[in-house]
Design a protein around this ligand. Sequence first.
Ligand SMILES: [Fe+2]
Ligand SMILES: [Fe+2]
Length: 170
Amino acid sequence: MGLFTSTEFHSLEDLLVEQLQDLYDAETRLVDALPKMHDAAESAELKAAFQEHLTETKGQVNRLEKAFDMLGKESSRETCQAMKGLIKEGDEVINASGDPSIKDAALIAAAQRVEHYEIAGYGSARNFALRCGRDDVAELLQQTLDEEGGADKKLTQIAESSVNTRAAHA
Ligand SMILES: [Fe+2]
Ligand SMILES: [Fe+2]
């Protein structure tokens, strides 16, 4: 949510649209950030996960555009300060030096913060859509929510099955 803009809420649908604008900004930033995470990763499995989630994220941007359209609104971004901050933290990891396996563990920690933020955002937006009687929009948001949950679980699995073990022995 923008810090210096004054948003007007007159209906739950206004709030839904505002949440979608925040998510639209966040996802657009992630389309730029994920290739850098991919390039910084050492583990082939982690690289593949970032690549796969980049493809999903591009589809999520399209879904949000579809949701705006369904609500009769123009697709517009509202600066997501939280995602800007999370990506900045990710950049610190990307630019860090030292042991690559520990860096991989740090990349996963940064990426999971992003996924959890998205899960919170899409969960709220989906519930607002349902309350507005917009099951069509809610269904679209649920698809993305499922992908974010899947990405988060995949990252946990990579951390637990290989990356954290390697990092512990670095
Ligand atoms: Fe996303
Ligand atoms: Fe995501």
